[in-house]
Design a protein around this ligand. Structure first.
Ligand SMILES: [Zn+2]
Length: 123
């Protein structure tokens, strides 16, 4: 019996790419904005609060813009079948149910508040 083994590919992740750099840049912009806001608070006292809030908002929005650029690159790379780093953001789904008999929105999982019928399980 031989004592050798073969390596098999267990998992692979991709790093870098422009989308990764944009994510890093987004974090850097956010940190700079936070620090500048704190500096404004210290330097200007109570007047600095306005500057701080302004800087924090600008930093957050800049981060969102950079992240959306990164997501755009990821989506295009995914569509072309190219490897990309990071994750594509997922939207959260909220499902509202209505009664099939009277059409009212259901607020309970067991009973319709409007017509009083018992709700059956999903077919
Ligand atoms: Zn109903």
């Amino acid at each position: 019996m031989s004592e050798t083994t073969k390596r098999k590919r267990a998992k692979s992740t991709f790093h870098g790419g422009l989308e990764g750099s944009l994510d890093s840049g987004a974090i850097a912009v956010l940190l700079m904005g936070l620090l500048a806001g704190l500096w404004a608070l210290r330097a200007e006292g109570s007047c600095g609060i306005l500057w701080a809030v302004f800087l924090w908002i600008v930093a957050s929005v800049s981060r969102l813009v950079l992240r959306s650029l990164a997501e755009n690159i990821r989506l295009q790379k995914k569509a072309l079948g190219l490897p990309y780093s990071g994750k594509i953001s997922e939207a959260k789904e909220t499902v509202m149910y209505s009664c099939s008999e009277c059409g009212a929105m259901l607020h309970s999982e067991t009973r319709c508040d409007s017509c009083g019928r018992t709700v059956e399980g999903d077919a």
